[in-house]
Design a protein around this ligand. Structure first.
Ligand SMILES: [Fe+2]
Length: 181
């Protein structure tokens, strides 16, 4: 049974394990194996947005509602992460740095109950390919909001310092689509 406070506590405890990321992936897999329980605990997804469930210097837990057709530019995290999906679908496109900025090197479509660990140096773009909200829990092995990092223009692959305003705009645009449908 998923409970928010218990999940936070278990993730914090997992930080003292030999492989915190693997331990948290196990917790995540157990959590998203019962997606309805997470909806019960965190609420029904109605609008695109992000809720910070926990933020500390060594751990960030986010509850993400990706809006219909929402796209997040290629970006890095500079810390390990674990993603778990409990509603909808999340398309991940992975990139590597190259002479022309970035080169695509794979995609991964995550569905409900899927989890994925992401390495510290991963660069990815995230899309919700659906006309409904995708609900995901993202756990990061550090203070996600304090970490300076990069994002890349989706077309030119030019690298810039990450700008949270772009992400906020993407949430707002997808909420506008949500209202018009
Ligand atoms: Fe990301």
């Amino acid at each position: 049974m998923f409970e928010k406070e218990r999940f936070i506590e278990a993730c914090r405890e997992a930080l003292s394990e030999q492989n915190p990321q693997a331990a948290i992936r196990e917790l995540m897999a157990r959590g998203v194996s019962e997606p309805a329980r997470i909806v019960q605990a965190l609420g029904e997804p109605r609008r695109a947005g992000v809720e910070t469930i926990y933020r500390g210097s060594d751990l960030t837990i986010l509850n993400l509602y990706w809006g219909p057709q929402m796209q997040i530019k290629p970006h890095d995290h500079r810390m390990w992460a674990v993603i778990g999906i409990y509603g909808g679908r999340e398309r991940n496109v992975f990139y590597r740095r190259s002479e022309r900025g970035l080169t695509q090197h794979g995609t991964k479509e995550l569905e409900v109950k899927d989890t994925i660990p992401l390495g510290e140096s991963i660069i990815h773009a995230v899309t919700n390919p659906l006309d409904q909200i995708t609900a995901a829990i993202h756990v990061y092995g550090g203070d996600f909001f304090a970490q300076p990092r990069s994002e890349w223009d989706s077309e030119t692959f030019e690298e810039h310092p990450y700008d949270v305003a772009n992400t906020i705009r993407a949430f707002e645009e997808s909420n506008a689509r949500l209202k018009s449908t």
